[in-house]
Design a protein around this ligand. Structure first.
Ligand code: ZN
Length: 1054
């Protein structure tokens, strides 16, 4: 029997209650830095008796709801229920008998969310899975696919100019000699065709199948509206000529040449030779991410998500919704792969669905939501279970008139401390239930006692140390001057707590090349003093007093220093740098000051100067697709791992800003930032004019954002499961505690759970994430997040309550860690295999009987194939020739700390038709699917993935639109060197710029803006992100991959 299965009915905390005081929200005294969304930082008022009522923070940027956007014009109909794809059995040669040409129908947009509704097949697609002998081996398939690649549009394409994560178009010249990764081991797709009406599914009674969801297609018969894009082996099409009216998602008109691609009947039984060109499924008939996102917005965006009920699946991350905490943590803090988990280990293994939680303990909340209350139990500290040490939470059960409580995690009974005693009402609930956040809310904080502090001493406020590379490249590019200028104002915006007038954070400054320069900026000095340490082999800090100072007290001296630094090194000839000694210096300074803190290191090159941690250039693209490829992701020395360990012990978090002009070994330089919970930013080929805005925005946000120091996170669970694996930027010295020198509001930790016993349907399963950390004012706190999940004995319940976006977040992190130890191909194959098993298990155990040839996907996993394909063809797992080794290492580390919203848009970018935007409304234009065939040459599009924003301009865009957006009179005059859109006074320009600003505000990093003109060289770069298409690096198209997954599933079922 669980305590909180029903929604609470008590007063919400958002309303005035006796005993709550007004909650002061800091807004930096009303100041704001240009371009920086502010006010999310600095959550609390400091220690308070009891807790106080928050008011919304001021001035935070929040995107207007997008749910009002019009739905895409058309698409496949996917009513609630799974999709069924039905390839004919081998030899069932009905290729081309048109079953029905009835148009597809779309369910009403307002279709209710029915998580429990039985799946219904809505479409069947028959594919000929095999030609010739049955697929003998992956190698054979691979040969086929490789054969298919030759002569495709992709093969004849010019090499793209560098892609890059914030890399400029001119960066990283193409490495044309690079080995080409093998093609996606997809199935030999010979004869797919669209099949007849869905076979009846007697058990799926809740929603009848649509009248006729798919129609037949005769090969070679251009049937209006029902064919797909040209097959891959078709000669390159000039492109876009079929969609001159930009009719997204609508049935496309006939393509005259389509039939020509089919030279006759497939030669079944023939030896595998050059495969006949594949026919295509109609992309409109397969599950559409856009449709799923749109449906969720329509169905779940209007009502707040109230967390009182156990095991509720939250709205998707792409839906704007408000959360009301009524006993479970908000999905902004925790999302799970499934909200109903198998009772037994056997069941879990059978399904292969990973059980994982993606936890963002310090997540920023929208201004309308309530920040976690701070609970102060005084000297006695938080009440905890005697045995498992779980913290008091809504699921603890009070017994014996309130004198004892039984732990919801381990069942141990603990005495209630006298000061915490309270009577129970007739339902067994404490009468102070609604007065105590720890009894009624999913998330809250406790003020920690001295017992929770290092060496039993309350911590000092943390320090920030700015460490600037002043070697030749850094000075010459203008970077040093830029940083110094910026710091002069940025130092006034250090994070501060509650309504404190100034930040408690102290600051220090170091510059370096081959040697280090420390600065004494003590307030009593007239001028700053420099102390040089040239013995970098044994780093020490030459001054204690005057190195870490209060900004206000030392304002004049600091300003003078920041003025002088660019001048001092203006004529430097020093090109070599050190790196490890820089971190050591920061670490030693924090040690000496006995505080935690953060190092902001601005670094430009591979540290080749003689010093500990010296590196050599070991970049070798020839290793790609070999067993040694993993070494590209591994650090070249263990030196940095040891250094990271020392940093974590001190609470020294490292944020690294990189400005490389060539390889600088991100895999090695990133070790310390990564393991200390820090961030890495990379600006390849940094140019002041084009990149400074992006860099400064990132720096401002990074310096100002909410961060906890010296953090330890532990996740407790009900008896029956336990946390077994962890992914993210942290260090672990044992198997349970996730240690982070720093943890900011953007960092996410993914935790996997495994059974060690049985769970029960009655009690469900509970998670409690406890984060112990030091606030920016030096206060030691515990942040607690609780989540209750359902448990099931039927697999169908598991599959009805999964969240694919979270599943993908987990799978991507799992795979990205796998490349450190295994060949990339092994990792890709394992991913495919696991997902095939997940879907095969559903098919076998949950779907109603149907033709073996049908592909049946669970409703909440219908996007698993398309998203999985995006992970498989991502730059880490299948790099194109333009992706550098550093890019891959960078992306690998970045993704590992991403939350679910970030991985969602990173793997399946958002593509918006800007020319369809309503200039009179706040809404965004409806997104479209990431495929070239969805683009019209008469339109302008925006594509974003969290790191880059592309603005793609079609060749036939009206001159007036070009004039309004770019301020030039013709397509040819548009410069793709622009890094921002010109500010023009007309509605279209304003609308587009507001969309770009809105999207920038939603992301944790400032995205690089890249203008792409259709048919321009840069278009290759853009096409890389059209993830439903076949990729240049050999990644399969969505359609091909879906067929491949189907074949994998069938093999598992046979
Ligand atoms: Zn316990």
């Amino acid at each position: 029997m669980s305590v909180n299965q029903q929604a609470h009915t008590g007063p919400p905390y958002g309303q005035p209650q006796p005993g709550y005081q007004g909650y002061q929200q800091p807004a930096y005294g009303g100041q704001s830095l240009p371009g920086v969304p502010q006010s999310q930082y600095g959550a609390y008022n400091g220690p308070m008796p009891g807790y106080q009522q928050p008011v919304p923070p001021q001035g935070s940027l929040r995107a207007p709801p997008t749910s009002g956007a019009p739905p895409p014009a058309s698409g496949a109909s996917h009513p609630s229920g799974h999709l069924a794809y039905s390839p004919f059995e081998h030899g069932d040669v009905q290729n081309g008998i048109p079953a029905s040409a009835a148009p597809m129908q779309r369910p009403p947009a307002s279709q209710p969310f029915l998580p429990g509704s039985a799946p219904t097949p809505v479409s069947q697609i028959s594919t000929f899975q095999q030609y010739g002998p049955p697929p003998a081996s992956v190698q054979q398939l691979r040969n086929h696919m490789a054969g298919m690649t030759i002569g495709s549009t992709a093969a004849s394409a010019p090499p793209p100019a560098g892609l890059g994560y914030g890399v400029g178009p001119s960066s990283y010249p193409p490495t044309t000699g690079a080995p080409r990764p093998p093609a996606m081991p997809g199935p030999p797709l010979t004869g797919q065709t669209v099949a007849g009406p869905p076979s009846s599914q007697p058990n799926h009674v809740s929603s009848p199948p649509p009248p006729s969801s798919m129609a037949g297609l005769h090969p070679g018969t251009p049937m209006s509206g029902l064919h797909g894009p040209p097959p891959p082996t078709h000669p390159p099409q000039p492109g876009y000529q079929m969609q001159q009216n930009g009719s997204f998602g609508q049935m496309r008109g006939p393509q005259p040449n389509y039939g020509g691609a089919y030279p006759g009947a497939p030669n079944y039984g023939s030896p595998p030779g050059p495969p006949p060109p594949p026919k295509r499924l109609d992309p409109d008939s397969i599950p559409s991410p856009i449709q799923v996102i749109e449906d969720d917005r329509n169905n779940r965006g209007s009502e707040p998500f109230v967390t009182g009920v156990r095991g509720q699946v939250p709205p998707l991350v792409t839906t704007n919704f408000l959360v009301k905490d009524q006993g479970n943590a908000s999905p902004r803090y925790i999302r799970c792969t499934s909200y109903n988990i198998p009772c037994t280990s056997d069941m879990a293994k059978q399904s292969q669905v990973p059980l994982a939680a993606v936890i963002k303990p310090l997540a920023t909340l929208p201004p309308e939501e309530t920040l976690p209350y701070l609970v102060d139990h005084g000297e006695s500290g938080p009440v905890r279970c005697n045995r498992c040490k779980a913290y008091m939470c809504p699921f603890m059960q009070f017994i014996e008139g309130g004198r004892r409580f039984q732990c919801c995690f381990c069942s141990c009974v603990t005495e209630v401390p006298p000061h915490y005693f309270q009577h129970l009402d007739h339902t067994g609930k404490r009468v102070d239930f609604y007065d105590r956040p720890e009894l009624s809310l999913g998330s809250y904080e406790f003020l920690a006692t001295v017992d929770y502090c290092k060496n039993n001493k309350f911590p000092s406020p943390p320090a920030f140390i700015f460490m600037i590379d002043v070697s030749y490249n850094a000075v010459k590019s203008g970077l040093v001057r830029l940083i110094c200028e910026e710091l002069k104002s940025l130092l006034d915006y250090l994070p501060r707590e509650g309504n404190m007038e100034e930040s408690a954070i102290r600051v220090g400054f170091v510059t370096y090349n081959k040697v280090l320069h420390f600065y004494n900026v003590k307030s009593s000095l007239a001028q700053p003093q420099m102390m040089v340490v040239s013995d970098v082999a044994d780093m020490f800090v030459p001054l204690l007093d005057g190195f870490l100072v209060n900004v206000n007290e030392s304002r004049t001296v600091i300003a003078s220093l920041l003025d002088q630094i660019p001048e001092m090194f203006a004529d430097t000839r020093e090109t070599e740098t050190v790196f490890a000694p820089v971190i050591q210096a920061g670490l030693e300074a924090l040690k000496a000051a006995e505080c935690a803190g953060k190092l902001f290191i601005f670094h430009t090159s591979l540290p080749i100067a003689e010093a500990p941690g010296k590196l050599k250039n070991r970049d070798d693209r020839k290793l790609i697709n070999t067993d040694k490829e993993k070494t590209l992701f591994q650090p070249q020395t263990s030196f940095y791992n040891n250094l990271a360990k020392d940093c974590v012990a001190q609470g020294c978090c490292v944020d690294l800003f990189l400005f490389p002009n060539q390889y600088l070994d991100v895999a090695t330089l990133g070790v310390v930032p990564y393991q200390t919970g820090g961030s890495i930013y990379k600006y390849a080929y940094f140019q002041l004019e084009t990149d400074q805005y992006r860099f400064l925005n990132d720096l401002r946000r990074d310096v100002q954002k909410e961060v906890g120091f010296d953090a330890v996170m532990r996740v407790r669970t009900s008896t029956g499961i336990r946390a077994t694996d962890f992914f993210g930027a942290f260090y672990m010295s044992n198997t349970t505690d996730v240690e982070m020198a720093g943890l900011d509001c953007d960092k996410t930790i993914t935790v996997e759970f495994k059974h060690d016993d049985k769970l029960s349907e009655d009690s469900g399963a509970l998670l409690q994430c406890a984060l112990l950390y030091t606030s920016c004012a030096g206060q030691r706190r515990l942040r607690i997040h609780n989540l209750s999940l359902n448990c099931c004995t039927q697999l169908a319940d598991l599959y009805r309550n999964c969240e694919t976006d979270t599943l993908i977040n987990y799978l991507a992190k799992y795979a990205y860690r796998g490349v450190l130890n295994s060949p990339v191909k092994t990792v890709r194959d394992a991913l495919i295999n696991q997902c095939a098993q997940i879907l095969a298990c559903y098919r076998k155990n949950c779907a109603s009987p149907s033709s073996a040839g049908q592909l049946i996907l669970p409703e909440c996993m219908k996007l698993l194939p398309v998203y999985l394909n995006c992970v498989l063809k991502s730059d880490v797992l299948q790099p194109g020739p333009e992706v550098t080794t550093d890019d891959r290492a960078y992306i690998r580390q970045l993704v590992t700390s991403m939350d679910v919203a970030e991985t969602n848009v990173f793997f399946y970018p958002r593509l918006l038709p800007l020319t369809k935007a309503d200039v009179d409304s706040d809404s965004l234009p409806a997104a479209i699917r990431n495929s070239e065939e969805r683009l019209s040459k008469g339109d302008i599009y925006l594509l974003e993935n969290g790191l880059n924003v592309f603005v793609w301009v079609g060749v036939s865009v009206q001159q007036g639109l070009i004039q309004n957006l770019f301020g030039v009179s013709s397509f040819s005059q548009i410069s793709n060197a622009l890094s921002t859109l010109p500010v023009l006074e007309n509605p279209f320009s304003k609308k587009v710029r507001s969309i770009v600003d809105m999207i920038q505000g939603q992301r944790s990093r400032y995205m690089k803006l890249i203008i792409v003109k259709q048919e321009d060289k840069l278009e290759m770069l853009f096409k890389h992100f059209l993830v439903e298409d076949k990729s240049l690096s050999g990644g399969a198209s969505y359609v091909d991959f879906l067929c491949h997954m189907h074949k994998e599933i069938r093999q598992l079922l046979s």
